[in-house]
Ligand binder design. Sequence first.
Ligand SMILES: C[S@@+](CC[C@H](N)C(=O)[O-])C[C@H]1O[C@@H](n2cnc3c(N)ncnc32)[C@H](O)[C@@H]1O
Length: 213
Amino acid sequence: MNNFTLNTPDYNIKQMVDVYEPSEDTFLFIDALEADLAFIQARKPTYMLEIGSGSGVITTALGSHLSLTCFTTDINIKACNATRDTGLLNKVQVEPVCMDLASHFRPFLFDILIFNPPYVVTDSEEIIGTGLSRAWAGGIDGREIIDKLLPQVKNILSESGIFYLLLLKENKPDEVAAILEKFGFQHKIIKEKKILGEYLYIVRFIKKQTSKP
Ligand SMILES: C[S@@+](CC[C@H](N)C(=O)[O-])C[C@H]1O[C@@H](n2cnc3c(N)ncnc32)[C@H](O)[C@@H]1O
C-alpha cells in the first residue's frame, strides 16, 4: 500500500438504518487525513478517538493504515453498531461507546481526536433525541454541539495530540479558532471545498508550543 494513501473502507449501507450515510463531508474528511498523513505519522500516535463516528468509515480508514488503538463515540446506538461492523468488515478493531461527545473518557488522553459534527444551522429545538436527526441538527449557527466540545478538547488530547474538526462557513470557523486559541491551540486549514452549496473546512488544531526559558 502507498504509504500516503488512505483508502475508503468497505461498508454495508443496507445494514445502516437510521445512521448517517457516508457523504461528501465524510469523504472530504478522509481526503484531509490523507493529505496530513505525514504530519500524523511524525507525531507517532497510539490512541485515537472519533466523536460521532456514524458509519465508522473515517476511523476505519485511518485505523487500517496506521497502528492505532481506535475508540469511537456516538450518541446514536445504531451508529455505534454500524461503526463496529465497518471495523470488522475491514479487519480493524474499533471500540465504539455510546455516549455524549467524550464525556466519560476523561481523563484519558488521545493522540488523535476527530469530529465531523452535526453542523447544520437549525432551531435549538431540533437537537432532540438520539436518532438520525442528531447527525445534522447543529442549532444556532450550527455550533451548539461543537461549542459543548471545545472546552473539553484540552483535557482529552495528549501534549502532541492533533484535533481535526469539520466546520461549515456558517459555523464561523474564525470564531471557533479564536475560542480554541484561548485554550492554547493553534490551527491550520487542511482542506476546504464547496460541496452541494455548502462551504466546508477541515481544520487541524494542535497545542501551541511553549518555548522553554
Ligand atoms: C455529520 S454525522 C458524521 C458521521 C460520520 N463521522 C461521517 O463523517 O460520516 C455526525 C455524527 O455525530 C453524532 N452525534 C451528534 N451529536 C453527538 C453527541 N453529542 N455525542 C456523540 N455523537 C454525536 C451523530 O449521531 C452522527 O453520527
